[in-house]
Design a protein around this ligand. Sequence first.
Ligand code: 5GP
Length: 219
Amino acid sequence: MIASFSEAKPLIVVAGPSGAGKTTVASRLVDRDKRFSFSISATTRSPRGNEVDGVDYLFLSQDEFATMVSNGDFVEWAEVHGEKYGTPRDQLDSAFRSETSLVLDIDVQGAIQIKNQIEDVTLIFLMPPSVEVLVERLRGRGTEKEEKLIERLQNAREEVVLAKEFDYMLVNEELDRVVAQIKEIITVERETNPKGIDLSSEIRQFQTGLDIVLEDLLE
Ligand code: 5GP
């Protein structure tokens, strides 16, 4: 049923606290699987490490970002840890054209904005396996000063409350497992939930079958 999977052209939002591993999970989902594509967000923050403009993010100035906001070019946007991040509308358009499922790696506020606007979306809340691992991961980034770490942990405390707004909550204990779980969720959802899938020919065929049986029975 892979065909109906891509026909549905759904959105998959992977959100959760900073340090839950969203970016790694999102990259693995799209990696060598043509059914998925990665939504490239815009941000006002500077590139880190090997990040490439137009691949990891669209790196914008404050003015460029503000212009996009006032033009209504974002499906959602939010301020996260003092920088602005947003999902450009054209990411959704190009995913629809290429018939791939778009994977959004965004923060929890952005995920709620998407949920309030778009019906056909699967919202996944990614949890770190434990508080200790979360702290370890944030420290491991090396880019985090102690006050940033505190800010992220305080945000995580608020964000976790919003998990109940999501369709699924997964614990990112092991990368392969969580990626497989997401693929399984999406496949099952698309096979069992006809939202957004054109079933008109299947429905007509079923009705024709029923008509034949009924005609016989009513004779
Ligand atoms: P980072 O700067 O570490 O790449 O990302 C910081 C946070 O911003 C992460 O929680 C990430 O998921 C979130 N983020 C990235 N892109 C977007 C976006 O387009 N919209 C929103 N709302 N959050 C985003």
